[in-house]
Design a protein around this ligand. Sequence first.
Ligand SMILES: [Zn+2]
Ligand SMILES: [Zn+2]
Length: 304
Amino acid sequence: MVSRAPLLLTLGSLLVSTAPAGLLAQATQVVMLGTGTPNPDPDRSGPAVAIVTGGRAYLIDAGPGLVRRAAQAARDRKIDALRARNLGIIFITHLHSDHTVGLPDLIHTGWVADRPAPLEVYGPPGIEAMVHHLTEAWAEDIAVRTDGTQPHTAEGWKVNATTVVPGRIYRDSNVTVEAIPVPHTSWKSAFGYRFTTKDRVIVVSGDTRGSDAIAEACNGCDVLLHEVYSADRFKTIPLEWQRYHAGSHTSTTQLAAIAGKARPKLLVLYHQLYWGATDDDLLAELKRAGYQGPAVSGKDLGIY
Ligand SMILES: [Zn+2]
Ligand SMILES: [Zn+2]
């Protein structure tokens, strides 16, 4: 697939678009709303990504902080689709808390901000129960706002949840979304997602241990967002955590092989587990392990 994305110049780890503002508004943008992990790093909100295309934001994962990061991008980068009232659809990769504790924020802050329609939530088995329980948990708030004097939309607090199965799960005039099963700890269902828009193909790994599934889904895609941990620093963490992370996540060494097969036009690291390494260290580890393609270590509010 030929990318019609605007020319991007790489300046260190910054990507600067040379496209005129009009073209940029039409081109699909990948906006990092949170590149973090369960560790509460004040510089990195919990995992959340927005793919903005056709004037709509398609969210992936609800890490804590996503609504405020989205508001920041809306204000500072003039991306109207990321205003809280406009956040209308989200795809959850798996039900780990770091990927879902932002869901009640998305549901209720979006409603208070005047979201006109129910939130659409797609996720693995268990998502419908989670959303049901969240709505139950905020029942008193919903009743007070609905029955009181506060102006509100009638439908904005509601959620339509859909359980995802592998394969194509969603399509509208902007985007087609496919779910890719990935191995991650002992989850029976964890997914990466592949988004095909009018001008780009974007693959998001979600949390996964090293697997060819993501490489095959990318297969020359425009942007591959992939989780990663430092292979060098892995040796410094306690043995029981080594065992856990080896079954859960992808090392820089493994990612070098995956990205070599995947051949993305741009690899963006996210959900980075540093254990004391830096962004440059992660990129150097990838290079040393044999990956020579274009790569950046993602930061919150980075746009790719
Ligand atoms: Zn995670
Ligand atoms: Zn996880």
